[in-house]
Design a binder for this molecule. Structure first.
Ligand code: GUN
Ligand code: ZN
Length: 430
């Protein structure tokens, strides 16, 4: 057993942003056994009850739940920062040429290491990861996530049109390769499989049907894709699916939407689409820096919440501008401010909720991670800026725990993440 000592902040209640309450315990003690928090209380009390257990002292700085990234692309780690293009140009000129390079297994293995390192250094302990179009590259990602110990849900990306030829497959091959990967990796340790058509623009009815088949054949797998990101993309999907009611319906028609489905972006959703997502219990990954960098649009968070659609946050590396979910939270806040009366004003506890518990709920892991309460895994981030750093100054002068969280979202970068734990094991030191 180990006692972790520090100022522990989390958001264990509520399931939608807007009025989330912060639970703040200064000088708390968390007693952790076999990776699970078994006691939480004032440090003095926990230490008095367990005088012989080792103490990990994190009192300098803040202890937060491990961050949850609901949408991030493994093959795009080397392409972060290609600015100035809308979605379809950016795919053609930046993302897809790089994705084709992962056909070379040694290249993919290097990228997998860089990608997992990027997650860990930002404090991300759980992620729904858009995989690669190449099965051996997906194997490399799962291997690396298992080696480091992260909670990763991912899968083979499948498409049979509108992309460069090396990235295309057939419905039959998509089915066979996805099935084999799902059977090998789903439920292995902290890993799970996600059926992943890239988007309806690049996936025919036959490929979408093959995705549905895998979901039936391997019970419990996840589903992730893109939807309603960019107006040109939305028009093209309408042209390609003349019988579909709307973009969301192109997936729903194949039975792909349910509580284990996560759609990225959904910036341009209509009211019927939101109602459909809400009724299916599906989630949306809001990707704030990506939407801003590609000029995709201002995310209608209020409409999602009003339709009962669960929203989490994704970094969307590499259209997103980095792995930091603090930066994503801040950008989510900016966007709602810019929407004025149509926006949903976000507080600092709302932001913490969006990058922790909301992600855990969207990924069906709300019983295991997302907060630091008794019974949860000790998946944690230690934010400890260096002396004199503006964040360190800010935290020293914070007027309240909420203020400390706001300052963290405003100022924290990956170097301020001094330690990261998954199930009690340290995956980032110093
Ligand atoms: N739509 C289809 N593929 C992608 C991608 O790689 N990134 C983003 N942001 N949108 C997509
Ligand atoms: Zn994406």
């Amino acid at each position: 057993m180990t006692i972790f000592r520090g100022t522990v902040l989390d958001t264990p209640e509520g399931d939608a942003p807007g009025g989330i309450r912060l639970r703040a315990d200064s000088d708390a003690g968390l007693l952790v056994t076999d990776g699970t928090i078994v006691e939480r209380g004032p440090f003095a009390d926990v230490a008095a009850r367990h005088p012989h257990e080792p103490v990990v002292d994190l009192s300098d700085g803040l202890v937060l739940p491990g961050l949850v990234d609901a949408h991030v692309h493994y093959p795009q780690v080397r392409t972060i920062g290609a600015l100035g293009m809308p979605l379809l140009d950016w795919l053609e000129k930046s993302a897809l040429p790089e994705e084709a390079r992962l056909g070379e297994p040694a290249y993919a293995a290097d990228v997998a290491r860089e990608f997992v390192q990027g997650l860990v250094s930002a404090g991300t302990t759980t992620a729904l990861v858009f995989g690669s179009h190449f099965a051996p590259a997906v194997e490399s990602l799962f291997d690396e996530a298992a080696r480091v110990g992260l909670r990763v849900t991912s899968g083979l990306v499948v498409s049979d049109r509108a992309l460069p030829a090396p990235l295309l497959t057939t419905a039959e091959r998509a089915h066979a390769e996805s099935l084999a990967l799902a059977q090998r990796w789903h439920g292995r340790g902290r890993l799970r499989y996600a059926v992943t058509p890239r988007f309806s623009l690049s996936a025919s009815e036959a490929v979408l049907a093959s995705c549905a088949a895998v979901m039936t054949e391997v019970p419990g797998v996840w589903f992730t894709t893109h939807a309603n990101e960019n107006v040109v993309e939305v028009d093209e999907v309408a042209r390609l699916f003349p019988n579909a009611r709307d973009y969301v319906d192109t997936y729903d028609h194949h039975g792909l939407l349910g509580p284990r489905s996560v759609l990225a972006h959904n910036v341009h959703a209509t009211a019927p689409e939101l109602a459909m997502l809400g009724s299916r219990g599906a989630s949306v990954a809001h990707c704030p820096t990506s939407n801003s960098a590609l000029g995709s649009g201002l995310f209608p968070l209020r409409a999602h919440v009003e339709h009962g659609v669960r929203v989490a946050v994704g970094s969307d590396v590499g259209a997103g501008t980095g792995f930091s979910l603090f930066k994503e939270g801040l950008q989510a806040y900016f966007v709602q401010q810019l929407l004025g009366a149509r926006g949903l004003p976000l507080t600092a506890p709302d932001l913490l909720h969006l990058v922790t518990r909301a992600g855990a709920l969207a990924l069906g892991l709300g019983e295991t991670v997302g907060d630091l309460g008794v019974g949860k895994a000790f998946d944690a981030v230690w934010v400890r800026p260096l002396p004199g750093d503006p964040l360190e100054v800010g935290l020293r002068h914070a007027s309240s725990a909420e203020d400390a969280v706001a300052k963290t979202f405003a100022l924290a970068c990956s170097p301020d993440v001094a330690g990261v734990w998954v199930a009690g094991d340290r995956v980032k030191a110093g």
